[in-house]
Ligand binder design. Structure first.
Ligand SMILES: CC(C)(COP(=O)(O)OP(=O)(O)OC[C@H]1O[C@@H](n2cnc3c(N)ncnc32)[C@H](O)[C@@H]1OP(=O)(O)O)[C@@H](O)C(=O)NCCC(=O)NCCS
Length: 266
C-alpha cells in the first residue's frame, strides 16, 4: 500500500521527498498523540475507585452535615440508587429545562446507566440527625428506601472523554438535595473532581449548564472560576448560541487545553 502511494508522488526531486517525509513525520506525530490520549482515557476509566487517591475527601463534616462519599459506575448502580438519581434529577432539573424536560429526562435516564458513567455518591453518615422525616422531599423519601446503604443526599456523574483532541473530565451531573444546598458541599465535590481530573492527566474539567439555571451559572462562573468554553454554541456562533438553552463551561489545567477550550476573547 505504501509503494502505491510512493509512485503517485511527484517526480523525484529532493523538495518533493522532503515534503513527503515531513508529512509522514507529522502524520506519525498525530497518530502517536491520538494513541497517547486514548491511553490516558482508557487508564482513567480503568481506575476502580478515584476517591482512593484522596482520603481527606471521603468524609464531609461541615456546616451541620455529616456525610461520606463513595465511588460508583453507571452499569453497577443498584435499582434504589437508579431510582433515587431519577427522582433527584426531576426535582432539581425539571424547572431549568422547562418544556425540554420530557425529552431530556429520557436522555438522562439512558446516560446515567452507561458503562462510561463514573459516580461520586454522597451518603448521610449513620446516626446523622440531619435526616429529619419532616424535611424530606420526594427524592429524599426514595433515598430512605435504600436497604443496603445509608441515605443519599447527592451525586456527581462524570466521564473521561475527548473534546477537540484534549482529554477532559466532563461533569454530566452535579445534583444535591435542596436541604444541603449552600453548605459548601457543591464546592467540595467540584474540588474533588478537579483533583481527579488532574491526577488522571486530563487537560480540563468541562460541564454543560442550562442558561435558565442562574444559581448554577453563578456557582460555576463567579465562585469556581469556570469560563464559557470556545466550544460553547454562544462562542462558536452567537446567532446559534441565542437559540440554544445551554452553555458549555470549562476550567483548563495546561496551556494547550487553555488555548483550545477556554474563552480567548477576555
Ligand atoms: C449548584 C449546586 C451544585 C451548588 O452546590 P452547593 O453545595 O449548594 O454550593 P456551595 O455551598 O458549595 O457554594 C459554593 C459557593 O457558591 C455560593 N453559592 C452556592 N449556592 C448559591 C446560590 N444559590 N446563590 C448564590 N451563591 C451560591 C456559596 O455562597 C459559596 O460561596 P462561598 O464559598 O464564598 O461561601 C447545588 O446548589 C445543586 O445541587 N443545585 C441543584 C442542581 C443543579 O443546579 N446542579 C448544577 C447543574 S449543572
Amino acid at each position: 500500500m505504501n509503494s502505491k502511494r510512493f509512485h503517485r508522488s511527484p517526480p523525484s526531486s529532493s523538495g518533493g521527498d522532503g515534503v513527503n517525509r515531513e508529512k509522514k513525520v507529522k502524520r506519525k506525530e498525530i497518530l502517536a498523540k491520538k494513541k497517547a490520549i486514548d491511553e490516558l482515557i482508557k487508564a482513567a476509566c480503568t481506575v476502580k475507585d478515584h476517591l482512593s487517591s484522596f482520603p481527606p475527601f471521603r468524609h464531609y463534616d461541615r456546616n451541620g452535615l455529616s456525610l461520606y462519599l463513595e465511588s460508583g459506575r453507571g452499569d453497577k448502580l443498584s435499582s434504589p440508587v437508579k431510582h433515587y438519581i431519577q427522582s433527584l434529577l426531576k426535582l432539581n432539573m425539571e424547572g431549568p429545562y422547562g418544556s425540554e424536560w420530557p425529552v431530556e429526562e429520557k436522555v438522562k435516564r439512558r446516560e446515567m446507566v452507561a458503562s462510561e458513567a463514573r459516580y461520586i455518591l454522597v451518603h448521610e453518615a449513620p446516626n446523622s440527625n440531619a435526616n429529619e422525616i419532616t424535611m424530606m422531599s420526594t427524592a429524599e423519601k426514595t433515598s430512605t428506601c435504600l436497604k443496603e446503604s445509608d441515605p443519599l443526599v447527592g451525586f456527581v456523574h462524570y466521564r473521561f472523554i475527548i473534546e477537540e483532541e484534549i482529554p477532559v473530565l466532563y461533569v454530566y451531573e452535579l445534583q444535591l438535595v435542596p436541604r444541603v444546598h449552600g453548605k459548601g458541599l457543591g464546592k467540595f465535590l467540584m474540588q474533588l473532581i478537579e483533583l481527579i481530573a488532574q491526577k488522571n492527566c486530563m487537560g480540563a474539567v468541562m460541564l454543560t449548564v442550562q442558561k435558565a439555571n442562574l444559581l448554577a451559572m453563578k456557582f460555576y462562573i463567579s465562585k469556581l472560576r469556570y469560563t464559557i468554553s470556545t466550544i460553547s454554541p454562544s462562542r462558536v456562533n452567537p446567532m446559534i448560541g441565542m437559540e440554544k438553552s445551554y452553555e458549555i463551561l470549562c476550567k483548563a489545567f495546561n496551556d494547550e487545553a487553555k488555548s483550545i477550550l477556554e474563552e480567548v476573547d477576555k
